[in-house]
Write a protein that binds this ligand. Sequence first.
Ligand code: 3NM
Length: 211
Amino acid sequence: MKDFRLYAITGEEFHKGRDLIQVMEEAILGGVDIIQLRDKYSSKKEVLRKAKLLKELAKKYDIPLIINDHIDVALAVDADGIHIGQDDLPLEEARKIIGKNKIIGISTHEIEEAREAQKNGADYIGVGPIFPTKSKVDVVDPVTTKYIEEVVKEITIPFVAIGGIKLHNVDQVLDAGATRICAISEIVGNEDVTRVCQLFIKKIDERLLIK
Ligand code: 3NM
C-alpha cells in the first residue's frame, strides 16, 4: 500500500452536529492521507450510505478509504480495504473474502499480536491505545510508548500509533519511533479540523527530516 502519515477515523459523536463528509473533507485538506469509516452504532444500511459518500470523497482526493468491521460494506462500495480487531474474522479468512489487492489493517495491543498479524499478511497494524481514550469501549489499558519501541525493533510491516493521541502528546509518540499517527477525537472533535491536521503533519514531517 502507498505510505501515509496521518490517518483520520470517523467519530460522529465528536462532530458537534457537523456533517460527516464536511468534517472528513476538512481533515483531508489539512493533510490526512487515509480515512476510515468507523460506526459502531448505525444500521448496516446506514453504514452503507455513509460508506458510499466517503468513497466518493476519497476518490476525489485519491486517498484510501478503509471500512471498520463491515467487510460486506467494503466490498459493496469498492473501498480500498478493511480494518479489523482481534475479535473479528481472522485475518486469513478476511483476506479470502476481500482479495489480495485490498488493504487489511488490524488492531494490536501487544507484540505477540503484532507478530501474528505480520505472519498472517496484514498490510498494516494499529499499535495502541498509547494513552487513555474515551473513543473506544472495552479498550485495553494503555500500552504506552514502550509498545511502539518494541514494534519498531521487530516488526517490518507499516504500523500506525493510535489511542488518546493529541497535539500536546504526539511528540512522545514520534520520539518512540512512530512515523504514522491515527486519531479520532483530536481531529474530528476539533473546532478547526484542517488546522489541527496541518499541525500534526508539521510535527510528523519535522521528525522525518531529523531521522
Ligand atoms: N482503536 P482517539 S484506540 C479506534 O488501541 C481505536 O486499537 C484503538 O480514538 C486501539 O484518537 C481507538 O479519540 C480510539 O483516542 C482512538
